[in-house]
Design a protein around this ligand. Structure first.
Ligand SMILES: O=C([C@H](O)CO)[C@H](O)[C@H](O)COP(=O)(O)O
Length: 185
């Protein structure tokens, strides 16, 4: 097996995973994003990296979006939405953020492999991504890839697809969004 053979397996795993995601759940997340006055995205490790890529696109769309933990990130209010990216749904720092956001009255959305998790049980909205967990397996899902790779890749593709949905609802084009892209790089 060479790298291209493995890439083929990865693509098949992604297709099998993403076709199981509920369009009702992604639709509810899209609505919550459009209703919120500000959107905060957080995740740890590789899940967090995918969340950061998503937050950038929200900014390109002209939405008031932040990555939690950055120096210029504002405070969340009761009109805000916190989007957490966590395969396990158990990462302690994210659970603490979810509890704080809920105490303030903000909405919490979770993208996860495990809806019945500590964060999942207090989230207002859940998008289930039926990938294998980083410890291996969950509900029969298996992957040839290490740890949470299948979840993290699925997250990136799903969030990019969600951006396309939001762009179509707001009638935005790549050209208009590019006008907001960083020009000091
Ligand atoms: O970085 C990660 C690890 O590489 C798994 O592939 C995880 O994203 C990180 O450990 C956070 O975990 P979750 O909150 O369960 O996504």
């Amino acid at each position: 097996m060479n790298s291209i053979d493995f890439a083929d397996i990865v693509l098949k795993e992604l297709q099998a995973t993403l076709t199981k995601v509920s369009s009702e759940e992604t639709g509810k997340l899209a609505s919550a994003i459009l209703e919120a006055d500000s959107i905060f995205v957080a995740g740890a490790g590789r899940s967090g990296l995918m969340g950061k890529a998503f937050a950038m696109r929200l900014m390109h769309m002209g939405l008031d979006s932040y990555v939690v933990g950055e120096t210029i990130t504002a405070g969340i209010t009761s009109q805000g939405l916190l989007i957490l990216c966590s395969g396990s749904g158990e990462t302690k720092s994210l659970l603490a953020m979810a509890e704080k956001a809920k105490a303030i009255g903000a909405k919490v959305a979770l993208l996860t492999i495990v809806p019945d998790s500590a964060i999942g049980r207090i989230a207002d909205l859940i998008v289930s991504i039926p990938a294998a967990t980083k410890e291996g397996g969950h509900g029969g899902s298996q992957s040839v890839q290490p740890m949470g790779s299948l979840f993290e890749q699925s997250l990136l593709l799903l969030l990019d697809a969600l951006i396309l949905d939001l762009m179509s609802q707001k009638k935005l084009t790549s050209g208009t969004m590019f006008g907001k892209h960083a020009n000091l790089e």
